[in-house]
Ligand binder design. Structure first.
Ligand code: SF4
Ligand code: SF4
Length: 419
């Protein structure tokens, strides 16, 4: 694009000219609400981008205060990709090299593989006060933060041992992008997905080679590594969707959003041909049930009162409705919708010493609402929201797929679907 005779480099797919200067985005920005020193989405995004495109000296490190929650984009009446502009500017212009802490937090595959080998020791060690003090003082990981526990058996190991052999016997087939959290921390969620899909007659297969989606790498300034991993994931997803005719299901809203939208908009990875082949499992299931292709039967003794938290990236995708409507099908489930607000963690953001207080301030309203409602549990589709809410409220946070897996009558569901 050309402006005042200067050739500008378009780094953000750049629709900054669409900005109407209405400032609605700033009203919806959770960081602006608690940190007056943050310039806000309008200024950090389209306003400053004009200057940055002319001269990189206008790049401002306050951009790293952005959570990349996309709430500004959801609110914008003119469709400006504000957060994409901010993330692209960080990738393009930031001169600061990622610190050791950021490299460690971002490399979830490497850290998870190491931690799984000695999980009980790692879990105890990370909870010790002297260790937290060292992490805080030396590494810059806030001492108040609780780390998610590591599992001693990876999901992939469980799958190969106990599930893989029978998946070919089903009539229908899907692939599963399990993500790092399921693989290294909480394999139960993956087992729950296999249980539900098998009950309706769908075999679940792992991708030929899955790597971390890269969301933490992008956030921590490791975009080259994120692009490499993204390209590998796209190859595996393409094979599943286009060659094997298998949808790729996920149970993490953030992994889903990253692969569907951030790959193209932020990392410039071409994914248009397979984007529709990637779906959150709740969306896929809801559509199957709604179309009458699949039937679900539920346990008569299942009772739960759950409060649903809409993760930021679920709001951005517009997919909250699939998870909540699916849960509403469970007769014994009482669903309370929590106000739509950011929990403040934003992946690795809330782990960092410089962000911890802000992170907790952002989530404070949500934590208070949960405590005042006193549900049996909270439900959400994002694992990092789960960590933040569990640590800050003491309530268990359960993925809708795990609630569904607990609620279904497996034998009756199989009978209804001729499995
Ligand atoms: S909401 Fe959209 S149009 Fe309004 S100031 Fe923000 S970016 Fe510009
Ligand atoms: S992505 Fe979130 S934190 Fe960043 S500017 Fe937009 S609303 Fe604010």
């Amino acid at each position: 694009m050309k402006e005042q005779g200067i050739q500008l480099k378009n780094i953000s797919g750049n629709n900054l000219e669409q900005c109407l200067k209405c400032s609605i985005c700033t009203v919806y920005c959770p960081v602006s609400a608690v940190s007056p020193e943050y310039p806000g989405p309008k200024h950090s995004g389209p306003d400053q981008e004009r200057y940055r495109l002319k001269d990189t000296k206008f790049f401002d490190e306050t951009l790293k205060m952005c959570l990349n929650c996309k709430r500004c984009e959801v609110a914008c009446p003119s469709g400006v990709r504000i957060a994409d502009i901010i993330q692209s500017a960080r990738i393009e212009h930031s001169k600061k090299r990622p610190a050791l802490r950021d490299v460690m937090l971002a490399n979830t595959d490497f850290v998870g593989t190491m931690a799984n080998i000695v999980a009980p020791v790692v879990n105890v060690t990370l909870g010790l006060k002297p260790v937290k003090a060292v992490l805080h003082g030396v590494m810059g990981v806030d001492k108040h933060r609780t780390f998610p526990a590591y599992s001693s058996q990876k999901f992939e190991t469980w799958y190969k041992k106990f599930a893989a052999a029978k998946q070919d016997s089903f009539k229908h087939h899907v692939s599963y992008f399990h993500g790092c959290y399921v693989n290294y921390n909480y394999p139960q969620l993956g087992k729950d997905l296999v249980k539900v899909m098998n009950a309706i007659g769908y075999g679940v297969h792992l991708l030929e080679k899955e790597q971390c989606c890269g969301v933490a790498l992008i956030a921590n300034g490791l975009s080259k590594q994120a692009t490499r991993q993204g390209n590998n994931n796209m190859r595996a997803i393409r094979k599943s969707y286009k060659e094997q005719n298998r949808m790729v299901l996920t149970t993490s809203s953030t992994c889903t959003f990253t692969m569907r939208d951030e790959y193209k908009h932020v990392l410039k990875i071409e994914n248009e041909d397979v984007r529709e082949g990637i779906s959150l499992a709740t969306r896929y299931l809801y559509r199957l049930v709604e179309s009458g292709k699949v039937k679900l039967a539920f346990r008569k003794d299942f009772k739960i009162r759950t409060a649903y938290h809409s993760a930021c990236h679920m709001e951005k995708m517009g997919w909250v409705v699939y998870s909540t409507e699916l849960m509403k099908m469970i007769p014994g489930l009482e669903l309370i919708m929590l106000d739509s607000q950011c929990c403040g963690i934003a992946g690795t953001y809330g782990f960092k010493k410089e962000n911890y207080e802000r992170s907790q301030k952002i989530g404070a309203g949500l934590f208070d609402q949960i405590k005042s409602l006193n549900p049996d549990c909270v439900s959400t589709d994002c694992e990092t929201c789960k960590w933040q809410i569990e640590m800050s409220t003491g309530y268990d946070v359960i993925n809708p797929i795990s609630i569904l897996a607990d609620a279904i009558d497996v034998e009756e569901t199989m009978r209804l679907n001729n499995v």
